[in-house]
Design a protein around this ligand. Structure first.
Ligand code: ADP
Ligand code: MG
Length: 410
């Protein structure tokens, strides 16, 4: 089935066509009809399978077909997401699919200037995409009218319903009209959260794709055993070997992110860092630089593990293992998006093995091991000294290689 055969507005079809979306992905195929019927949906599908458009397409169609009443200043659809970056990204998807339609889309998150947002809310917003904290603030200050909200969407639902956010969300739900549609979308969900989700929605339609393996089949993921102190040399080697590739490196803490970036700087490898201590403008700028590929290596904490859709990330490296097992799935899911293939490699130190076992328990299978034989391991450590002294030569070689490749492409 193609989008052209769907009972959705022609203008939406045209926008999808421009985006290169011709056929729905599995999750889109399965969830769009239920959402169009107005049913509550709990949808679980692996990372990179197109969940955003799965809720954006039918909701945009619904809001467009049934226009806003002029006097109605209530937000019609609330989309809650865990991070600012995700709010921005999802707004972009909504804006593209709703291009040239008379729908007002607003994005808010903590740290952003409130005055413009309040002005927009006064005029009437069809779709509000926000982090829960800011949504809660706006509501508490009386700027957010939810008296006629038709749809509530939670993306990364399991995360939103766990720790921290649940109180804000319950508060928001209290203020929604009794009759509204609720959509939960997530790549991972555990039993406890599932129960919580069911307690919030009425008889939801549950759609779950490939529950057996939460890691997308597009991602080839392996683990290599590396001593904690040697990790930086292996990272250095990986980056130099894949000089043309976009690499996303995950570390456990903000401090680690900066430290690894410093270590790479010492061997003249340019990287970007991303973590919760960065200012909002810096965060958005970093994502933009990485998206464009101006700088090819991003060292991030788990705040970038969820939902972020940057096409062309060739490699994900777990420099440290994630504290929470499901974050493994979210991290490696940043590569192999849509129809792309991706690779992920986890650096596991001996002291991290118990965490690795927990992750494997969560996955329900072992992660393939990448064998590094002793001489290769030693060579990596030796190579780095050489690189330290001969880095200029190596960079020249890399530049030369790049040029050769470019010539070949022509
Ligand atoms: P998820 O939320 O499931 O992790 P996203 O919604 O971020 O996935 O989408 C992943 C990628 O797939 C995006 O780059 C998006 O543009 C692309 N995509 C989504 N739907 C389609 C489609 N029907 N056809 C082609 N590409 C699509
Ligand atoms: Mg998503």
């Amino acid at each position: 089935m193609k989008f052209s055969q769907y009972h959705i507005s022609d203008r939406i079809k045209k926008n999808l066509h421009e985006l290169g979306f011709l056929k729905p992905t599995d999750i889109q195929y399965k969830s769009i009809p239920s959402i169009m019927k107005g049913e509550d949906v709990l949808a679980i599908a692996q990372t990179g399978t197109g969940k955003t458009a799965a809720f954006a397409i039918p909701i945009i169609d619904k809001l467009y077909t049934k226009r806003r009443h002029r006097d109605n200043k209530s937000v019609r659809c609330l989309v809650m997401v865990p991070t600012r970056e995700l709010a921005v990204q999802i707004s972009e998807v909504f804006s593209k699919i709703a291009k040239s339609l008379p729908l007002n889309i607003l994005t808010t998150f903590g740290g952003a200037d409130q005055t413009i947002q309040i002005e927009a809310l006064k005029k009437g917003v069809d779709i509000l995409i926000s982090t829960p904290g800011r949504m809660f603030d706006l509501r508490a200050q009386g700027y957010l009218d939810m008296s006629e909200t038709e749809v509530l969407i939670l993306d990364e639902a399991d995360h939103m319903l766990a720790l921290g956010f649940i109180k804000d969300i319950e508060d928001v739900i209290k203020h929604l009209p009794r009759k509204h549609q609720t959509l939960f979308f997530s790549a991972t969900i555990d039993e406890k959260i599932k129960d919580l989700a069911y307690s919030i929605v009425k008889n939801p339609i549950r759609i779950q794709l490939s529950p057996k393996d939460p890691v997308s089949k597009n991602v080839d993921h392996q683990v290599a055993y590396i001593e904690m102190d040697d990790k930086r040399f292996f990272l250095e080697r990986m980056i130099r070997e894949k000089i043309e590739s976009k690499i996303l490196v995950f570390v456990r803490t903000k401090v680690r992110a900066e430290r690894v970036a410093k270590a790479m700087e010492r061997v003249d490898i340019k990287t970007l860092t991303m973590h919760g201590d960065k200012h909002q403008e810096d965060r958005l700028e970093v994502m933009e630089l990485f998206r464009k590929g101006d700088i090819k290596v991003l060292i991030a904490t788990d705040i970038s593990a969820r939902g972020i859709d940057i096409p062309g990330i060739h490699y994900v490296i777990n420099y440290d293992l994630p504290d929470v097992p499901e974050n493994y799935v979210h991290r490696v899911g940043r590569t192999g998006r849509g129809a792309e293939r991706g690779h992920a490699l986890t650096f596991c130190a001996p002291e991290e093995k118990p965490v690795l076992e927990m992750i494997q328990g969560f996955l329900g299978k072992e992660i393939k091991q990448m064998e590094i034989d002793k001489s290769d391991y030693r060579m990596t450590l030796a190579l780095t000294e050489e690189v330290n002294t001969n880095w200029q030569k190596l960079l020249d070689e890399a530049a030369e290689m790049k040029q050769k490749k470019r010539k070949k492409k022509r």
